[in-house]
Design a protein around this ligand. Structure first.
Ligand code: ZN
Ligand code: ZN
Length: 126
């Protein structure tokens, strides 16, 4: 029996907010759909996170404001290697089965860099 393949999750950050795939409007926060069903007020935060999950041929795209991004998909912040700026948000994250890559761009000095983490070393890969 082969183990079930874990979905690939790519997380993208955009400070201005994401538009819908057809560019007709700004994307809404994905949890708002459930909030609407529950009769709760929708959040109006800027949707800065796009989470693309791929499992086989199925692709699921969700959008989140910063407050609603699930903790388990939140990319790690890093410090700029070129200037004193700290806690730089990744511009993109690419998550594979055993490795996760983050791309960073420093808002202060425009330095770009990337990091690779081996998930097995952190015990995150199941
Ligand atoms: Zn939200
Ligand atoms: Zn910098």
């Amino acid at each position: 029996m082969s183990p079930r393949r874990k979905p690939t999750v790519n997380v993208h950050y955009r400070a201005d907010g994401w538009t819908l795939p057809d560019y007709s409007d700004l994307a809404g926060c994905s949890p708002n759909y459930q909030r609407g069903l529950n009769g709760e007020p929708a959040c109006t935060g800027t949707v800065v996170w796009k989470v693309v999950e791929e499992q086989g041929l199925v692709q699921t795209i969700r959008f989140y404001c910063d407050a609603d991004l699930p903790a388990h998909v939140r990319p790690q912040v890093d410090n700029c290697p070129n200037c004193p700026r700290q806690c730089v948000q990744p511009a993109a994250e690419y998550r594979g089965d055993v490795e996760v890559s983050h791309l960073y761009r420093c808002p202060a000095c425009d330095e770009t860099w990337s990091t690779n983490r081996d998930l097995r070393a952190y015990g995150e890969a199941a």
